[in-house]
Ligand binder design. Structure first.
Ligand SMILES: [Fe+2]
Length: 193
């Protein structure tokens, strides 16, 4: 995927922090959805792209053996999920400042990262895109396979769960449509065996 040089620089700096929890592939796929959503509505590209590239870098600060206690259907240690947001926002700020990114954009990007999982409301149109793109990953072929493996859940049950979340999770009509299209694809793949 061809990104503008500044976004490529952000991604290069994010990469070492994304090498955990399958976050490299998660970030790439979420970026693809974010670009689609940017093409369909409001949202500031200069906020959305760095925010999606950097949103999960905080996981690197949390020991890998604890990741599965932090998220998923029954997290025993949900505080860790909060820590990944706060630490991620801090590291993102340092990366963006080093790249002399416009300060007002840095502020919004870091606010988005600080609440990307815990804050259920969106603070701006760009935040809506980031939140929806992050969730859409879970409907992608790769994302579903990762979750099913992680949480030992069967495809049919997982599809039903994701279907139920569409109205609750997504802010944008385009994201809901994309989620439904993905699920239709996943169902087809299941029938192909
Ligand atoms: Fe994410």
């Amino acid at each position: 995927m061809l990104l503008k040089p500044i976004y490529q620089k952000v991604y290069e700096r994010a990469k070492p922090f994304l090498r955990t929890r399958k976050n490299l592939i998660h970030t790439k796929i979420s970026l693809r959805y974010a670009l689609k959503l940017l093409g369909h509505g409001k949202g500031d590209e200069e906020v959305v792209i760095p925010a999606i590239l950097l949103h999960d870098i905080g996981w690197k600060t949390i020991p890998e053996n604890l990741h599965l206690t932090a998220f998923g259907p029954n997290p025993s240690n949900p505080k860790l999920a909060r820590i990944h947001e706060v630490k991620g926002a801090k590291i993102a700020k340092a990366i963006l400042e080093e790249l002399h990114y416009p300060p007002e954009k840095v502020t919004e990007i870091c606010r988005i990262i600080r609440g990307h999982d815990s804050r259920k409301k969106a603070i701006s149109p760009s935040d809506r895109i980031v939140k929806d793109a992050d969730k859409l990953f879970r409907y992608s072929k790769k994302g579903m396979a990762i979750d099913e493996d992680r949480f030992c859940v069967r495809r049919k049950i997982h599809i039903n769960f994701l279907e139920d979340q569409i109205e609750k999770w997504f802010f944008l009509p385009t994201a809901r449509r994309l989620a439904r299209e993905e699920l239709t694809q996943r169902e087809k793949e299941m029938n192909w065996g």
